[in-house]
Design a protein around this ligand. Structure first.
Ligand code: BG6
Length: 233
C-alpha cells in the first residue's frame, strides 16, 4: 500500500486501483475510491484551510470536552481492495484519568438519501436530537431518511450495513466503539450550515461509529484503541 504526500494530504494507493486521501489537518479521510467509485462525501463548500473541521470525509470528533497535552491521538488508515480501515489509538501519558467521547464522523456519498437504508439498528435505543434528546426504541428493521435525522443509537451491534440505493452496500464494522450516530441535516439545517451547499443533503448520510452516550474513562498511563472498517460488498 504505497503512501505519498501530495498537497497537504497523504494519498494511499492499492494495486486494485483503490485509493484514499487523508488530509494532514485533523487526519481527516477526504476520499475513498473502491471499485472505481468515490464512496465518501465532501461538501463543495468545505473549508480546508485548517480553521475548522472539513465538512465531509471522516473527521475525527475528539475529545469533545476537555483537553490534555499529555493525551495523544494517532490515527492509522489502511486500504485494501474493498475496505478502508481507520483505527484510533488514544494514549494517556498523564497520571490522571482522562475521560473522552469520540466519533468517526463518516460522511458516505449516496446518489439519493431517500433511497438509502441502514440495517442493524433494530431494537437499539436512540436519543433523538431532533426531538430534544428524547429516548426511543428503534422498531424498524431498516432505518431510512425522509426528513431531518439526528440520532444517537446506543450500544449498537458491531456490524451495520448501509444500502446506498444504487445496488452498492457498504458494511461498517466497528470495534471498541459503543454507539452510532445517524445524521442528515435535510433542508433547513443544510441552509443554516455555512460550509455545506443547500442542495447537497440528498447526496450524503452520516453513519458515525463512536462512543458518545457515555464517557470512555482512560486511566493514567493507559492506551485505548477503537475503530471501524468500511467494506464495499
Ligand atoms: O456541524 P458539526 O459540528 O460538524 O456537526 C454536524 C452534525 O454532526 C452530528 O454528528 C451531530 O449528531 C449533529 O447534531 C450535528 O449537527
Amino acid at each position: 500500500m504505497p503512501a505519498q504526500e501530495i498537497n497537504k494530504s497523504v494519498v494511499l494507493t492499492h494495486p486494485s486501483g483503490a485509493t484514499a486521501n487523508v488530509a494532514l489537518y485533523g487526519a481527516t479521510v477526504t476520499s475513498w475510491v473502491a471499485e472505481g467509485e468515490e464512496r465518501i462525501f465532501v461538501s463543495k463548500k468545505a473549508i480546508r484551510d485548517g480553521s475548522k473541521a472539513i465538512r465531509g470525509g471522516i473527521p475525527i470528533v475528539f475529545p469533545v470536552f476537555g483537553t490534555s497535552e499529555k493525551v495523544k491521538l494517532p490515527q492509522h488508515v489502511a486500504l485494501s481492495e474493498k475496505s478502508l480501515k481507520t483505527t484510533l489509538v488514544v494514549k494517556n501519558e498523564d497520571i490522571d484519568t482522562f475521560e473522552f467521547n469520540t466519533l468517526l464522523h463518516t460522511y458516505l456519498l449516496v446518489p439519493d438519501v431517500e433511497k438509502v437504508s441502514v440495517k442493524g439498528l433494530e431494537s437499539c435505543h436512540y436519543l433523538d436530537k431532533v426531538k430534544g434528546g428524547e429516548k426511543f426504541l428503534e422498531s424498524n428493521d431498516l432505518v431510512t431518511i425522509g426528513s431531518e435525522v439526528d440520532r444517537v443509537y446506543c450500544n449498537v451491534p458491531d456490524h451495520l450495513s448501509v444500502n446506498i440505493g444504487n445496488g452498492s452496500v457498504i458494511d461498517i464494522t466497528k470495534s471498541n466503539l459503543r454507539d452510532t450516530v445517524v445524521w442528515n441535516p435535510w433542508v433547513e439545517k443544510a441552509q443554516a450550515l455555512a460550509d455545506f451547499g443547500d442542495d447537497e443533503y440528498p447526496n450524503m448520510i452520516c453513519v458515525e461509529a463512536g462512543s458518545v452516550a457515555e464517557w470512555v474513562k482512560l486511566a493514567g498511563g493507559q492506551s485505548w484503541t477503537g475503530g471501524q472498517v468500511l467494506t464495499v460488498v
